[in-house]
Design a protein around this ligand. Sequence first.
Ligand SMILES: [Fe+2]
Length: 168
Amino acid sequence: MKNTYMNYLDWPTIPNDIIPSVQSIIDKPMRDRGKYNNIFFHPKSINDNVSNWIMNNICPILASEIKMIQYQVIYPNLPIHIDSGSRRVGLNYLLQSGGKNAETKIYNVDREEIISSTNINPFIWHYIITEMPHTVSNIEDVRVGISIVLTKKGEDIFFEQINYSPRE
Ligand SMILES: [Fe+2]
């Protein structure tokens, strides 16, 4: 998976013993995001110990520019979308991929052409450029992961690290 739009990150693995069970994450209530709540993508509040571990173990420059960390539970048939709240990049860590055929796909702006398609492995930090249209297809059960939302400044710092020019 060597491309501009998604790639693995050389960040430390989260110790398994601090991560709650996937089922307990699925069972958590969805964060209330008003009009953004939908049946495909359920954001859930992160546990403090997991959040603290991440803030203490990732690149300190980015850690100080975290807007939010959340669990995300994704169900089949997630539509192609650009992230709400103008998030331009997601820093993610899967706990359960949703099946061996689950495929993260990024499209060109017109959504006519797939420009990147990857079967992302769990338990490895990775990023996805979420200002481009994207989806996850072929989810068989449920996909569960941890996701960091950076501040705009944090996103700009990250884009410089990966040598990516944002759309605006
Ligand atoms: Fe997204």
